[in-house]
Design a protein around this ligand. Structure first.
Ligand SMILES: NC(=O)C1=CN([C@@H]2O[C@H](COP(=O)(O)OP(=O)(O)OC[C@H]3O[C@@H](n4cnc5c(N)ncnc54)[C@H](OP(=O)(O)O)[C@@H]3O)[C@@H](O)[C@H]2O)C=CC1
Ligand SMILES: O=C([O-])CC(=O)C(=O)O
Length: 268
């Protein structure tokens, strides 16, 4: 790999802590120069060596980062995305539910284009997004995304108002609707549906089913797409992250892949 790149992480939760740990373990030549958190006064003894804490989007410009990686939450995407792209940094989004807001998405894309930078959407907890995005160059007629997670991954979400998660004896489909509805109602679990939508036929035509399965131990994503290219069927079963059962290990791995690819001679 070539010379190191300066990175700012927005959010210091399950995903970004795992990203930092994986980069360090792998000896990847990247400098995490800053971490954006909501409360910089709170002590954190596990920060990457040399990283400074910031809290405001306006603090980004002085960090010297060239890539900003968001894994914080939906409300952080627009302010940090705006600030990063306006400061000439690329911006990678994890809380993709924020991108159902068409005006916000258009604004970020326009900022990226004006500044010659990129708004990056890594595959998150998914795989096969490349094939879906390629397939969308021809006509796609149908895209469905089913998300199957153990009940504990749905705790603290609107699923609790739709079913009794503790009483489940068999898999229960508690939501069916568009990717837009799924992302708006389940922003902690349905970011992936927006990624599928952006790669495929958009947030209003992508059909989403959410399932709580008492036998499941892993977070599963099943995508089925049909179109002029043929038929795509993908089923991924991801290990949840130790510190957040809603989020999958694959999300951190895909960010590590994005980061390492920026300096790699061979890009995969
Ligand atoms: N694209 C995808 O496929 C996936 C996306 N996600 C999404 O990625 C995001 C991160 O997930 P995960 O790491 O598991 O979540 P966590 O809850 O573990 O961590 C999020 C962290 O972000 C911090 N935070 C929240 N808002 C802000 C803000 N405005 N500025 C700075 N920090 C902030 C919180 O810190 P504190 O509360 O201390 O301020 C918290 O530590 C979530 O939105 C999640 O829904 C998750 C899985 C897959
Ligand atoms: O990690 C996952 O399996 C997906 C997820 O939480 C999301 O899309 O928000």
């Amino acid at each position: 790999m070539s010379e190191s790149e300066a990175i700012c992480l927005v959010g210091w939760g399950a995903i970004n802590q795992r990203v930092a740990a994986l980069l360090a373990e792998r000896g990847s030549p990247f400098d995490i120069v800053a971490v954006a958190v909501r409360d910089p006064a709170r002590e954190r003894d596990d920060l990457p060596l040399g990283a400074r804490l910031i809290s405001q989007p306006g603090d980004l410009a002085a960090t010297g980062a060239t890539l900003v990686v968001e894994a914080a939450g939906r409300s952080s995407v627009l302010p940090f995305g705006r600030a990063a792209l306006a400061a000439g940094m690329d911006f990678a989004v994890s809380s993709t539910s924020a991108l159902v807001d068409t005006a916000a998405l258009s604004e970020l894309i326009a900022l990226a284009e004006t500044g010659g930078r990129q708004l990056l959407v890594p595959p998150g907890a998914l795989g096969g997004v490349d094939a879906l995005a390629a397939a969308s160059r021809l006509n796609l007629t149908d895209v469905e995304h089913r998300i199957v997670k153990p009940p504990r991954a749905w705790r603290g979400t609107a699923a609790e108002t739709l079913c009794d998660l503790d009483a489940l004896q068999a898999p229960l489909s508690f939501f069916q609707g568009s990717a837009r509805e799924a992302a708006d109602r389940f922003p902690q679990n349905a970011n992936v549906a927006v990624i599928t939508s952006l790669a495929g036929i958009g947030v209003d035509r992508t059909r989403v089913t959410l399932i709580a399965d008492p036998e499941a131990r892993l977070n599963a994503h099943e995508i089925r797409a049909e179109g002029d290219f043929g038929l795509l069927e993908i089923r991924l079963q991801n290990r949840p992250l130790a510190t957040n059962p809603k989020s999958s290990e694959m999300t951190a791995l895909n960010i590590v892949r994005l980061i390492e690819n920026r300096a790699a001679g061979l890009v995969l």
